[in-house]
Design a protein around this ligand. Structure first.
Ligand SMILES: Cc1ncc(COP(=O)(O)OP(=O)(O)O)c(N)n1
Ligand SMILES: Cc1ncsc1CCOP(=O)(O)O
Ligand SMILES: [Mg+2]
Length: 381
């Protein structure tokens, strides 16, 4: 027998008449239950994100931000909201989506939980206004903090992966574009740039979309050469800009703080300027003259050595590098290299990728470097 039927059992088990809930009380009870469930949901989602920031990334700032929001949510979770809970009568506890049981990566797990937290906060914002106007306002602000946290966390992960990428494939036009890139990804490649100077934008956009999907399936970074608009259109991880391309400051305005911007450099001045302008990495070369960039004079191994001693951001030696000379480039100080023909024209792109990586991985990380690496490994991402 329910209380709304105007009867209830007293403590001696005797049926007594009771005042029916007013419509207002009924409505409040429903609101309390919604708030109770969504406060739990938002805190659980934040806790899942927090654990990755803490144990996966060792990042105190991101961990602290999650914890701060969880504590603020707890302060809204008052006894009257908790006491409205009716787990047995809640039909939603049985419902799960098949995707909840299938997380393919940390990235998809985090994205799903960011979604869950944002949804819960939106519910708390809307229903919270009916409970206490301050709750609506507080939850709105917190929802924006979650968007910022998501963007910071995803940007941080992206930059960590850049630091851990020692081989960079820059593509050249071919009918087998996806096939070759996938073969290299299978060999362990984690950084790809789409470069095609002579194709219609419609095709460029299509190719870029396919490549982005492929790279993200393999948890690799995907960069677009020259074109900020295409990078934004396909939601790429960043853009590579040469000295004749868009200024870094303008690209940064379009791309925001978390996407990667690379800059080509051929000499010390260009290197210093790129660092000052906020490049996330630089290309260093051409180390050797190369038909891929015809007419461009080689910067040589001297420039590689100079950069090795003076550069404070990640850098990739590029231009004419192949399996026969990669050790000369490494000996000159390179820890990271970028190649076009070395992989795009290889008979066995997977094997050659593995070979390049095996040579580059022989070099120990430099403990004096000003950029810090966390204990996060890309294959976990
Ligand atoms: C990693 C990397 N380094 C250098 C370049 C060359 O860029 P740019 O000088 O703009 O020449 P194009 O590639 O646009 O012909 C690069 N693409 N990637
Ligand atoms: C795009 C670019 N920028 C400097 S050298 C170069 C081309 C490198 O191509 P390859 O690896 O085939 O020599
Ligand atoms: Mg360019």
């Amino acid at each position: 027998m329910k209380r709304t039927d105007c009867y209830d059992l007293n403590t001696n088990g005797i049926v007594v008449m009771v005042e029916p809930y007013s419509q207002r009380e009924q409505r409040n009870l429903v609101i309390y239950r919604i708030l109770d469930a969504n406060l739990d949901r938002a805190r659980e989602g934040l806790r899942i994100i927090e654990e990755w920031c803490r144990f996966g990334l060792n990042n105190a700032q991101l961990t602290g931000e999650c914890k701060g929001m969880r504590q603020e949510l707890a302060s809204w979770h008052t006894a009257d909201l908790r006491s409205a809970r009716d787990t047995l009568g809640d039909p939603g506890t049985e419902l799960t989506h098949p995707q909840e049981e299938q997380r393919t990566s940390i990235k998809s797990l985090l994205q799903a939980n960011f979604c869950r937290v944002q949804e819960a906060m939106r519910v708390l914002e809307e229903y919270g206004k009916l409970y206490n106007p301050n709750m609506g306002k507080a939850l709105k602000q917190m929802r924006y903090r979650v968007y910022t946290l998501e963007s910071n966390l995803m940007g941080y992960q992206r930059h960590q992966l850049l630091l851990r990428s020692h081989l960079y494939l820059v593509t050249s036009p071919t009918d087998k574009l996806l096939e070759i890139v996938e073969a290299a990804l299978k060999g362990g490649l984690t950084l790809v740039q789409y470069r095609d100077k002579n194709v219609d934008d419609a095709v460029r956009l299509q190719q870029a979309q396919k490549l982005r999907q492929l790279c993200h399936n393999y948890n690799a970074i995907f960069i677009i050469n020259d074109r900020v608009d295409i990078a934004l259109a396909v939601d790429a991880d960043g853009v590579h800009l040469g000295q004749q391309d868009m200024p870094i400051a303008v690209a940064r305005q379009w791309l925001g703080p978390h996407r990667i911007i690379g800059r080509s450099t051929t000499n010390a001045d260009e290197m210093q300027r790129a660092i000052k302008e906020g490049a996330d990495y630089i290309g260093v070369g051409p180390v050797y003259e190369t038909p891929t960039k015809e007419g461009k004079p080689a910067a040589g191994l001297e420039y590689v050595s100079y950069v090795a001693k003076n550069c404070s951001i990640p850098w990739f030696a590029i231009g004419g590098i192949d399996p026969n000379n990669i050790n000369d480039v490494i000996d000159a100080g390179a820890k990271r290299v970028a190649v076009v023909r070395g992989i795009m024209q290889a008979e066995q792109p997977t094997l050659v990728t593995q070979y390049f990586l095996s040579q580059l991985n022989r070099i120990q990380p430099d403990p004096d470097h000003s950029y810090v690496e966390s204990n996060y490994y890309p294959d976990q991402w």
